[in-house]
Design a protein around this ligand. Structure first.
Ligand code: NAD
Length: 291
């Protein structure tokens, strides 16, 4: 069994981006600039945005973090996005989801200029991804594909099960794995809360992407010998032994599943850091496309 070390691969990608950004500056060009919008004070969202801003600083990208009160109106948020769309210095825009209930995620995503949509959530980018055209691919699935690529995991002709069909993880993941690319060319089953025989589908799969947000859902008896397991789940569960008062749990029962696998991602240190690396890559691409 080999650990898919997202921390390590993410560091490699970020080091490369740091050099690429420095090269742009030495050519007299600008540095990549990510604008991150955080609405409200959801602890997890705050942690994710802070990590993204920190990653920008590490690799010499500029970042702007806009903190808005959770009482901000949808029209105010739309006007802030319009300003960011028009700001020539801003290359990438991300609005951390989920948003408060009185704001429509859909309307906000639609308002972002697709050429700055580094989260890859805008329908223009989703459509291009489906068609296999160059686009911004949603950071988590993009990061997972980069991880699979780094470890040269063979995917062509393999059976893959993706558990979870969200627009930001499961659905794009199922499309990317089925695309005629390397990695790709899998035969994919997209599973969700209405799927019958999930256990059998998983037990027949060579690759399983667990993205449902249910701690330790995937057990050893659902996994075949030699399978590749990618654990996307991050759930905060109370843990009195931690200073924060919680521990992060993945969707895979790591202790019992890992001995059966060929490759597996840990939580934390697997998909999470790759999501950030992919976001940085998308931000760099957004700037490169301007030139
Ligand atoms: P979501 O709640 O939007 O979607 C969950 C999906 O799982 C749904 O499609 C649902 O149908 C499916 N599902 C729920 N219960 C199921 C069951 N018993 N059997 C089969 N399918 C079931 O979640 P999401 O936004 O896709 O996130 C999933 C998990 O991934 C969460 O834990 C989230 O925190 C995590 N996540 C991690 C990263 C990262 O960078 N590591 C990024 C995004 C999300």
């Amino acid at each position: 069994m080999q650990i898919l070390d997202g921390q390590f691969v993410s560091r490699l990608i970020k080091e490369r981006l740091k050099m690429d950004a420095a090269a742009l500056v030495s050519e007299g060009k600008k540095i990549p600039h990510l604008a991150a919008v955080l609405v409200g004070n959801n602890g997890a969202s705050e942690t994710y945005v802070t990590a993204k801003v920190k990653a920008c600083a590490e690799i010499g990208f500029k970042s702007t973090m806009l903190r808005l009160d959770d009482s901000v109106s949808e029209s105010k948020l739309l006007s802030i996005i319009e300003d960011l769309n028009g700001d020539m210095d801003v290359d990438g825009i991300l609005v951390q989801l989920p948003l408060p209930k009185h704001i429509s995620d859909e309307r906000i995503i639609l308002a972002i200029d697709p050429s700055k949509d580094v989260d890859g959530f805008h329908p223009v980018n989703v459509g291009k991804m489906v068609l296999g055209s160059p686009s911004f691919i949603s950071a988590t699935p993009h990061g997972i594909m980069l991880l699979i690529e780094h470890y040269k995991i063979k995917t062509a002709g393999k059976k893959a099960a993706v558990i979870g069909r969200s627009n930001i993880v499961g659905r794009p993941m199922s499309i990317l794995l089925s695309t005629n690319t390397t990695p790709g060319n899998c035969t994919v089953t997209l599973c969700h809360s209405h799927t019958h025989n999930l256990k059998d589908i998983c037990a027949e799969s060579d690759i399983i992407i667990a993205a449902l947000g249910k701690p330790e859902f995937l057990r050893a008896d659902m996994v075949k010998e030699g399978a590749v397991i990618i654990d996307v789940g991050i759930t905060r569960v109370p843990d009195a032994t931690k200073k924060s008062g919680f521990a992060l749990k993945g969707d895979v029962a790591f202790a019992e599943v890992s001995p059966k696998c060929s490759f597996i991602t840990p939580v934390p240190g697997g998909v999470g850091p790759m999501t950030i690396a992919a976001l940085m890559k998308n931000t760099f691409t957004a700037l490169k496309r301007k030139y």
